[in-house]
Design a protein around this ligand. Sequence first.
Ligand code: UD1
Ligand code: CA
Length: 464
Amino acid sequence: MGLAIVIMAAGKGTRLKSRRPKVLHAIGGKPLLEHVIAAASRIVAPADIYAVVGHEAASVEAAVAGTGVGFVLQAEQLGTGHAIQCAQEAIRGYDNVLVLSGDVPLIRPETIGLLWEFHQAQDAAMTILTARPENPFGYGRVVRRGSDSAEVEAIVEQKSLSAGQEEIGEINSGIYAFKTAALLQYLSRIEAGNSAGEYYLTDLAGILVAAGERVVAVEAADPEEVLGANTIAELVSLDATLRAQNAERLMAQGVTIFRPETSVIDADVEVGPDTVIEPFVQLLGKTRIGSDCLIRSSTVIENSTIEDGVIVRQSCVIAESTIGSGARIGPFAHIRPGSEIGEDAHVGNFVETKKARLGKGAKANHLTYLGDAEVGAGSNIGAGVITCNYDGVNKHTTKIGAGVFVGSDSTLVAPITLGDGCYVGAGSCITKDVPEDALAVGRSKQVIKEGWAVAKRKRLRGEC
Ligand code: UD1
Ligand code: CA
């Protein structure tokens, strides 16, 4: 059999000072491990990918279960060398193995491909992917046989660097290719004699060289790709890099993003051409935005679909919902999960919807709550209208037909149906169904007392 990929993802991530396992920390809205699995899946089938899990193994497995990769348990985390020892049985049948680190998430499939091709061309036992970042501090350094030699003598961890070795700018990315036979033959020779008392996979370079095996290194063109996330500061910096790349990708597709450094756009978000995104917008999760839209400042859209030509004005919150083409939303609208706002519909300021379906051209422009509601095409919901959908125990639905006019400040007590073309007088409390084309008025009658104020003022002045 050919090639397997092992992803080391069992560590706790002590330096993050977090209760969450390191590989489940997210950048670009997705866990680190998911990014690495996505890159690996472009090289081999998920069935040939093995994630080594250990710290909070069950939650790590659950988070990426959908990817179809296999798991190997490293019950105690005794170091990267030990992680690969735990994967021995899984990889035995493959000729070669690529090892990736679960906390190096920006790695591109093309670069993994470069490593794999170099490894084969060099016929090496071990090939190390390296880089020369601006600041190599903290990383293992790669000691080459000569400055222009592909051959490596050893990898030296930061803590063990000799004075001269501190000058070495070439780092170990934590990404390697191995001939499986050589890996399995020498893996047990790794010792935990370092200050951390861990089995370092990096020691294998020196061990293989001493055994007369060929160990080589290939440098990644872009050092940003192989940076690791060991601290929150590094994690946040990788997140910024990923989002900047993502914004670049969208702009190359014709999307205008003003002040892109202020926007938060997750890795899987898609946006059509000629859409304009103003500063301080967040587009999260699986959000899809069509073309010719305008998304104004301070809006947050999560796992939602916005069709073409929509305007979302300032400071809207939209979650798990669909907005039809040509619709106008906001400012300050709250579109909660399960809402379907129809084509050309308007949802204005301080309007909240939840599981509400608005038909084509329907309008709810001011200060309204529409929960568990259907509003037919062309209906107008006046300012301050409330669907009373909750009786304290259960939720009930409100059905409003097409072409209905609901006057301002009306309350619609669900379950209730308003027939097509009916009118509801302003200030009504509607508790019974309204037939088609009827008028419903549910408010107390107005009383007029002519001259009443004159008499009252006299009384107050003590004149009578
Ligand atoms: C490692 C390398 C270092 C390299 C750097 C690149 C070693 C000893 N050092 O250091 O040379 O420059 O990566 O990013 O390998 N893990 C396990 N089980 C364990 C320990 C770690 O699965 O017992 C996993 C972690 O979850 C992580 C990856 O292996 O995803 C790397 O471990 P980490 O402790 O972050 O290694 P570094 O100190 O960054
Ligand atoms: Ca690391």
